[in-house]
Design a protein. Structure first.
Length: 134
């Protein structure tokens, strides 16, 4: 799998498009993901043990940059509605996603916060979610 910016589907707005390499060619996977890659370039693509691709990305919402996770619906071959990871703003560019051998997903991002004394510090936010069992 590969995720790259694509501006062919939305009047020149750069959105994220996922491709799968199979039979010596790349084919589009699902529709474009609703993130404006020109302003929010930070994402991570991972595939779970069932072969389903998932993407975590940073997206500007109002005046905050929030972390979202989206997964491909295997039946419709469209991306499910994005799920916001809490209400904490993503401070750094890096967002990460990984799956363990049991199929449990882990999403990570960093926020910048300020103590009551006015000192700035970074805080890691780790989210865990389990995929549906068959």
């Amino acid at each position: 799998y590969l995720a790259i910016p694509d501006n062919s589907a939305d009047n020149g707005v750069w959105r994220l498009q996922v491709y799968k390499y199979s039979n010596n060619a790349f084919a589009k996977v699902g529709n474009v993901i609703d993130m404006d890659v020109s302003s929010d370039r930070f994402f991570d693509l991972e595939v779970d043990k069932k072969g389903v691709p998932h993407v975590i990305y940073r997206k500007k919402t109002g005046d905050k940059s929030m972390a979202y996770v989206v997964s491909l619906n295997a039946e419709s071959m469209r991306w499910n509605e994005a799920m916001a990871l809490g209400t904490v703003e993503v401070a750094l560019e890096k967002v990460g996603l990984a799956f363990d051998a049991d199929g449990v997903g882990y999403a990570l991002f960093v926020s910048s916060e300020e103590s009551s004394e006015g000192t700035s510090y970074s805080r890691y936010h780790l989210y865990r979610y389990a995929m549906e069992q068959e």
